[in-house]
Unconditional design. Structure first.
Length: 391
């Protein structure tokens, strides 16, 4: 089959790889009809090379049609149309029963001290072949699927695999009171949906984003947007009676704009031999924290900062005095996709499309175009906000 493979920093290629096979009775094989490029895929493209091997298949936002099931699969059949959540979980362990599927004890990657395995996302998360491919093997398939109907287009459902529940969880974690104010840092795909979720829940939503096309898209959904300027924090405080927002979603993460020194260090680590680079990233890795610091600056005292953007540094320095003095609450973590599906499936199927899932994709393309679109997405060129590939 054809699949998108990682070959090196900023080097991804569509290659012929072996078709996936049923390896366990609980597996299923899904023929992929749509698969998206996620913002966190760009971390693999740019930073996480020491934890990836050439030839690894990328992608963790797929959906398609079941073409084969193992003998132990009881609630899927050939022909079922499914979305595949990005985290791989069992549904019955201590963590899964508490709605913490991203911490599943059955699929935790204990070698690296990591949570649940993920599709297409490095040795840290199991090195499981991903979904930017023609076919995907789905482990523990009875639980790791979202069955959907046949009438609506893929774009209605596809983002249930990751970014819609990630945004929903981010807003839930931000703990905004009824009628309160939510600030969103970054209007990439997760930030777009986090802002729209906030509007849907009745909050005033203020969002900061340096790219004009992304601001314009959010404004279509009732979001007040602001360019990333030296005065934006003061502007947001002025709009909230000087207090700041009740809750903030940081939808940017470790590759925020700013801090060229840390960017240089990230790039330098990527040039080291993998064993050395892995050790450094595990113990002394640093993130660009501009978005997180801005979130701390803009949240009101007693408010909550919710981190949906990916962070990976083990030596990051946080402003603990400020955080303590502000009585700040901090929540974070990989999304627990299955926890939120009962809330979200009716919204993406609603004819009114309250979250605007049909107003996100800027680029539909065949799988063969993926390498060029990774570069376009990373550079924020051609108005690129979300890419969906059709294998």
């Amino acid at each position: 089959m054809k699949a998108l493979t990682w070959q090196g920093k900023r080097d991804v290629r569509v290659e012929d790889v072996p078709d996936p096979q049923i390896l366990e009775p609980t597996d299923a094989i899904v023929k992929i009809t749509s698969t998206a490029i996620c913002g966190s895929d760009l971390h693999l493209y740019e930073i996480f090379g020491p934890f990836i091997d050439p030839g690894d298949v990328l992608g963790h936002e797929p959906m398609g049609v079941v073409v084969e099931v193992g003998s132990g699969v009881t609630n899927l059949a050939v022909g079922d149309r499914v979305v595949v959540p990005f985290n791989i979980s069992c549904g019955h362990c201590f963590m899964c029963r508490r709605g913490l599927q991203s911490q599943c004890e059955t699929t935790q990657v204990r070698e690296y001290g990591s949570g649940a395995s993920l599709f297409g996302y490095t040795k840290l998360y199991g090195q499981v072949p991903g979904g930017q491919a023609e076919y995907l093997r789905v482990p523990l398939a009875d639980y790791n699927h979202i069955k959907v109907g046949d009438d609506l287009p893929d774009d209605r459902y596809l983002f249930l695999s990751d970014i819609v529940p990630t945004a929903w969880q981010g807003v839930q974690y931000a703990n905004v009171p009824d009628g309160g104010t939510l600030a969103v840092m970054g209007l990439g795909p997760v930030g777009q949906f986090a802002a729209r979720v906030g509007v849907h829940l009745g909050y005033r939503v203020l969002a900061v984003e340096p790219v004009a096309e992304r601001r314009a898209m959010a404004e279509r959904h009732g979001v007040e947007t602001f360019d990333l300027t030296d005065t934006v924090i003061d502007e947001l405080r002025d709009l909230t009676e000087g207090r700041g927002a009740d809750g903030v979603v940081d939808a940017v993460g470790m590759e925020a704009h700013g801090n060229g020194g840390i960017k240089f260090a990230q790039n330098a680590i990527g040039l080291l031999p993998d064993a050395v680079a892995q050790k450094l990233m595990d113990t002394a890795g640093l993130d660009r924290l501009a978005a997180m610091h801005a979130s701390i600056d803009v949240v009101r005292r007693g408010g909550t900062v919710s981190l949906s953007g990916v962070y990976a540094g083990e030596a990051d320095i946080l402003p603990m005095k400020t955080m303590f003095d502000q009585q700040l609450n901090l929540r974070m973590g990989q999304c627990n996709v299955k926890r939120w599906i009962d809330d979200l499936l009716p919204l993406v199927e609603d004819p009114a499309d309250p979250l605007g899932v049909m107003d996100l994709v800027t680029h539909h393309a065949p799988l063969e175009d993926a390498p060029g679109l990774y570069e376009t997405f990373q550079k924020k060129e051609d108005g690129c906000i979300k890419v969906v590939l059709r294998p």
